[in-house]
Design a protein around this ligand. Structure first.
Ligand SMILES: Nc1ncnc2c1ncn2[C@@H]1O[C@H](COP(=O)(O)OP(=O)(O)OP(=O)(O)O)[C@@H](O)[C@H]1O
Ligand SMILES: [Mg+2]
Length: 344
């Protein structure tokens, strides 16, 4: 076998072989020495050129075929690939470059698919886990009632109330998931309107009135911030943002804590700051805070009923307004969430 077969080597060997046969033929007919040499040399030269050219054309065609196949896989199109019809360009080098480029793009695609798959699995696991808790609770209350507790009016009322609370939680969770799914698929239509942002803040303060009183919690504006700034935004969605941020500050805040809203005129936008004086969030959690299902303290959030979807929804809503949301926090001092809305 020929080691490292190249078209030149194969041609040379074939030429030598054929020239040998040709030499025997000339010898048989007793050709004079000079004519013998001229004929043999001409034969060898012509054979070499013809075989080399033939081989290159043959290889070029084969490579062109491989190139077409790669190009088809790469682009997934039936469009004719623009393979250079120039025999001077090294086709092997060209195909080699194409194969490397293709392999790299395939590698990237596979890595991305693996990440998406891991994300999907984690998401499915989280959803099932979150749904399981309230369903399991409701099932427990109903079974206890059926087992005889229904006869006791006090227990009956208590368990029905607990089942209702779990049903509410289940409903809220499904609604949150639907919201996220809609926003991630860009299927959420925003209804922009002009409204006064300070009035909306007051509405949200009021909706948390009972809870705030029970925790001796204070909700209000920062000094000189209760100003009727008009913004252009989806009022219901911004209410949802404020509800989530204020709800979090109370849920994760301390007894007799404070949440204050600051409103600032930034020329084209109004900056909205929601600050609390709670325990704060450790720096390591901040980059992941807006991910779905992310909680800083899993056990504590579970006790307070959180599933880690609130801030993810907040982020989607703010981004649907072409703005971004930021968070800064200092352990022991408190947390501030900031976002802006277009001025009306
Ligand atoms: N103001 C805050 N102070 C301290 N920790 C906070 C604050 N806001 C959010 N967090 C932390 O961030 C986590 C994520 O909040 P997020 O609102 O996304 O989820 P959740 O409140 O746990 O559940 P959900 O809002 O879906 O009911 C919370 O679990 C909590 O640990
Ligand atoms: Mg929350």
């Amino acid at each position: 076998m020929i080691k490292n077969p190249s078209p030149e080597r194969i041609t040379l060997l074939t030429t030598l072989l054929l020239s040998g046969i040709f030499a025997c033929f000339l010898y048989y007919f007793k050709i004079p020495l000079l004519s013998f040499l001229i004929a043999l040399f001409t034969f060898a030269a012509l054979t070499y050129i013809v075989i080399l050219y033939g081989l290159e054309v043959f290889i070029y065609r084969k490579i062109k075929l491989i190139y077409k196949t790669i190009n088809h896989f790469k682009t997934q199109s039936l469009k004719k690939p623009n393979f250079i019809d120039d025999y001077n360009i090294d086709p092997i080098k060209k195909v080699n470059e194409e194969v490397i480029e293709w392999a790299n793009s395939q590698k990237q695609e596979i890595t991305q698919l693996k990440a998406t798959e891991a994300y999907r699995k984690e998401f499915l696991g989280n959803v099932s886990h979150e749904l399981k808790t309230p369903i399991f609770n409701i099932q427990g209350y109903i079974e206890t009632l059926l087992d005889g507790a229904v006869e006791d009016p006090e227990v009956r009322y208590l368990f029905l109330q607990k089942a209702a609370t779990s049903t509410e939680r289940l409903n809220a969770l499904v609604n949150d998931l639907l919201d996220i799914s809609k926003m991630e698929n860009n299927a959420m239509t925003m209804r922009f309107q002009e409204f006064e942002i300070n009035e909306l803040c007051k509405e949200v303060f009021e909706s948390y009135g009972k809870l705030a009183i029970s925790k001796h919690y204070h909700l209000g504006f920062k000094a000189d911030c209760d100003i009727p700034f008009k913004v252009l935004a989806d009022k219901d969605r911004i209410r949802q943002v404020l509800n989530n941020l204020i709800g979090n500050s109370i849920a994760y805040g301390k007894e007799s804590g404070h949440t204050n809203i600051g409103l600032y005129d930034l020329d084209r936008t109004i900056l909205i700051e929601v600050s609390d004086d709670g325990d704060g969030i450790e720096a390591e959690h901040l980059p992941r805070l807006f991910e779905r299902f992310y909680r800083t303290d899993k056990s504590r959030s579970r006790n307070s009923g959180g599933s880690g979807l609130g801030l993810s929804i907040v982020k989607h809503i703010v981004e649907a307004h072409d703005q971004s949301i930021d968070v800064r926090s200092e352990v022991g001092k408190g947390t501030t969430f900031t976002f802006a809305l277009k001025k009306a």
